[in-house]
Design a protein around this ligand. Sequence first.
Ligand code: ADP
Length: 394
Amino acid sequence: MSKTFAINAGSSSLKFQLYAMPEEEILAKGAVERIGLNDSIFTLKFNGEKFELVEDIPNHKRAVEILFEQLEANHIVNDLSEITGVGHRVAAGGEIFKDSTVINEEVIEQIEALGDFAPLHNPAEAEVIRIMKEKLPQAHMVAVFDTSFHKTLPPVNFLYSLPYEYYTDFSVRKYGAHGTSHRYVSRRAAEMLGKNVEDLKIITCHLGNGASITAVDGGKSVDTSMGFTPLAGVQMGTRSGDIDVSILPFLMDKLNLKSIDEMINILNKKSGTLGISGVSSDMRNVEEAAAEGNERAQLALDMFNNRVQKYIGEYIAVMNGVDAIVFTAGIGENSPETRAAIMDGISWFGGTIDSEKNQTRDEAIISTDDSKIAILNIPTDEEVEIARDVERLK
Ligand code: ADP
């Protein structure tokens, strides 16, 4: 048995899951949140127990130290040398990383250099990789990129209609995100349907706080709704998704904003479901408010569903057909109402939800037996996919 970490580091957080591989048994999981702020929170779950520690954790180095101290104190590992593998989620792989990659010094430098594409994520991820390499010199480390599943996008779908030199000179193109999730659920959908993924056209809807839709043709991502950055695509918790960029200078003038960064911040943090509803970015709160008669909350729900429906329609056109539609992530997995509202509004395409089968949060085929398109609910599991990549690249 080898003990393998799946690590997901953000600018102020570090989530982890420790597996026994190849059994894929979860030995422990948890997170360090509010890194760099007061009252940082460390949580550790194992053997059905939950352990929490609140103290100031000034940086990622200290976060990793606390994690290792607690793993040993709770006898989840007796010695750090038992940890033989670490998979690191990395936000941006640019055009360099077309698959998960074994980490060496050059790879770390390339991840840092791609910081322009994910300023909040890549630098923190590179830093955590360095810290872990120092503490776990024996471990086999792999970087798993959020973008690499989308490497198969053809130019017709990844290029923006801008002067072509902006692509060749500056790598301006669509990269997409959530690739590990789209990869996992599309393969799992094929398994659940008893078919080869190579023979299927699938649309995967990752609907969480961040949301993206992907067209997976024959197991390959051929188009995806996020763009150069995760700001594009459908309406999200706080992100606008697609808008006409001419609105930006107009609004900067009206709001008297001095820098484009302030404008982008509004699009990233104050827009989307939060901006429309005025209630919350959290879908549960917005659903509650709508049920109580809040019209803007209802409008936010309607707009979210509408944007997802439009992308489904677009990707049926991109692939010239669809065999299966998959719902996943926080909203996709947990909100039967959202799944039903989205599918019922585009029933002309031939996908029919079975209202009883739809009452689930678990893995299930939720379409009627005679539905032309199979509709599936599949809880995503990016962590296991990361741990599997560590094994695959041994
Ligand atoms: P991320 O990983 O992008 O932060 P998640 O995949 O955890 O996000 O999804 C978070 C979203 O899922 C939130 O909007 C939350 O309200 C929503 N969600 C979770 N449970 C439910 C539920 N029972 N009904 C509706 N939405 C839910």
